[in-house]
Design a protein around this ligand. Structure first.
Ligand code: COA
Length: 195
């Protein structure tokens, strides 16, 4: 499957490869301290974002030990409102770590949950992955609420295990197994996956 051609369509969104033309938008929301508070993105530049987008387009999709980033676009105007990263992991390339970010102006509308739910559906139902997990700062309440909303359960709490912005911070692991997954038919009646 070519990740650069993949499009997941939901009720209000498209999830698809981020393009170089979107670099400025990505840069603007990633330098926003309200957005990057719990992430390691302090010293980014427009050039580093553009380079990242170009390299990401060359990164093989669904390949062990590789991250692949996708944009979250609103369907009505094809505007980039955030992104989501998928980290494909061994053993058997059956485990995926997920990360997600929305621009500040686009938080509070359910776009993050809508995007993540469709990705969970895609990873479990189409790619037949075994486990999806996310690593989150315990103080990142919005992210934890999103993870719970889409069905993830807390599995682990690692004290001071990540070094972010010159500090050791706690790390909480939320996860969902394919065998526990209960897709909501109301959600997936909208899904359309093209490659
Ligand atoms: C984590 C993040 C994506 C969550 O964004 P979010 O918009 O709060 O998450 P959701 O998409 O689940 O939206 C839920 C909110 O939208 C509201 N909402 C409005 N319309 C809605 C709709 N049609 N459907 C669902 N929810 C809706 C909900 O009531 C909820 O609001 P509340 O938080 O005030 O209760 C966002 O905070 C973010 O980008 N943070 C910075 C990056 C980051 O830390 N990422 C996590 C690293 S793993």
């Amino acid at each position: 499957m070519n990740g650069n051609k993949l499009i997941i369509e939901t009720q209000r969104l498209f999830i698809k490869a981020i393009q170089p033309v979107n670099a400025e938008t990505v840069y603007n929301y990633r330098i926003d301290p309200r957005v990057n508070k719990y992430q390691n993105w302090e010293s980014i530049s427009y050039e580093s974002i553009l380079k990242f987008i170009n390299e990401n387009l060359k990164t093989e999709f669904n390949s062990p030990d590789k991250w692949k980033q996708f944009g979250i676009y609103t369907k009505d105007n094809d505007f980039l409102i955030g992104d989501t990263g998928l980290h494909f992991l061994n053993p058997q390339n059956s485990i995926v770590e997920i990360g997600f970010t929305l621009s500040h102006e686009n938080q509070g509308f359910g776009y993050g949950s809508e995007a993540v739910k469709s990705i969970i559906y895609f990873l479990f139902k189409i790619l037949k992955k075994h486990r999806i997990f996310a690593s989150v700062d315990p103080q990142n309440n919005k992210s934890i609420s999103l993870l719970k909303r889409v069905g993830f359960k807390q599995e682990a709490y690692f004290k001071k295990s990540l070094f972010i912005k010159e500090n050791w911070v706690d790390d909480v692991i939320f996860a969902l197994l394919n065998e526990e997954y209960q897709p909501n038919e109301e959600d997936y009646k909208y899904y359309c996956i093209k490659e």
